[in-house]
Design a protein around this ligand. Structure first.
Ligand code: AMP
Length: 254
């Protein structure tokens, strides 16, 4: 049995960019800032493509909810080996108000519509750090979830997933259909090579709006203040170990 896999790919500010708070303190500066695919989503795409290479998956569909530029994120997924894309258009000025519950409803609807048996998302998006989409999508579909996956194998029609938990590693089996979220150690995503980038240009990206899927994206919460983390106080230099120990004693650290 070969399954269809839906992968969520979010366009986020690149991990290497120094984030700046906007003057209105209601968000961060996004204009003219480098954006990339959320790093955990690269891992999710890689895993889906590997499942296809192992003939466990028959088709990989990359979904991104976001502004026009989200198409670039989908193209990256296509260049990595996804078969086709779905761009759920959310205007740029509304995108920061898009909540995990909205994305989850969209992914759940698409999973049903496309007949997908597996949804893979990143464990969290590095912009909002919510870590909620996998869990909510699984709840909406009433499918089992295997979050923080560091290994996925197909065993007798089920998925055996090794999960990264606080105390170490946990191995579970989930019945398909299921939702999985990708953790850092699941794999090392491949780079999109130039020939594959060229080939990806021919792959299809369907466009739709959340309303086409019956999803209402009215926000449930409002951001009232965004601020920088407190600046760290400057450290001091000590001449030797003895003065280090007495300084540490002074400040009650030993
Ligand atoms: P979050 O729950 O917001 O931390 O996001 C977890 C994962 O859900 C991400 O790593 C993506 O795989 C997926 N996801 C979140 N937002 C979007 C989006 N706008 N478009 C596509 N996938 C998304």
């Amino acid at each position: 049995m070969s399954i269809r896999v839906l992968v969520g790919v979010k366009r986020v500010i690149d991990y290497a960019v120094k984030i700046r708070v906007r003057p209105d303190k209601l968000g961060v500066v996004t204009d003219g800032v480098k954006h990339s695919m959320n790093p955990f989503d690269e891992i999710a795409v890689e895993e889906a493509v590997r499942l296809k290479e192992k003939k466990i998956a028959k088709e990989v569909i990359a979904v991104s909810c976001g502004p026009a530029q989200a198409q670039e994120t989908i193209r990256t997924a296509l260049a990595m080996g996804a078969d086709r894309g779905i761009h759920v258009e959310v205007p740029a000025k509304e995108v920061e108000k898009l909540e995990p519950i909205h994305v989850s409803k969209i992914l759940a609807k698409l999973a049903e519509k496309e007949g997908a048996e597996l949804v893979i998302v990143g464990k969290q998006a590095i912009d909002d750090d919510t870590n909620a989409t996998a869990q909510m999508t699984a709840a909406l579909l009433d499918w089992p979830q295997a979050t923080f996956a560091s290994k996925i194998e197909k065993k007798n029609g089920d998925l055996e997933v090794v999960r990264e938990i606080d105390g170490g590693l946990e191995t579970i089996t989930v019945k398909l259909p299921a939702v999985v979220s990708a953790d850092l150690r699941l794999n090392e995503p491949r780079y999109a090579t130039l020939p594959n980038i060229m080939k990806a240009k021919k792959k299809k990206i369907a466009k739709m709006k959340p309303a086409d899927l019956g999803v209402d994206t009215t926000p449930h919460f409002e951001v009232v203040d965004v601020s920088d983390p407190p600046a760290r106080a400057a450290g001091i230099k000590v001449d030797d170990v003895d003065s280090l120990i007495s300084k540490l004693k002074e400040v009650g650290r030993i």
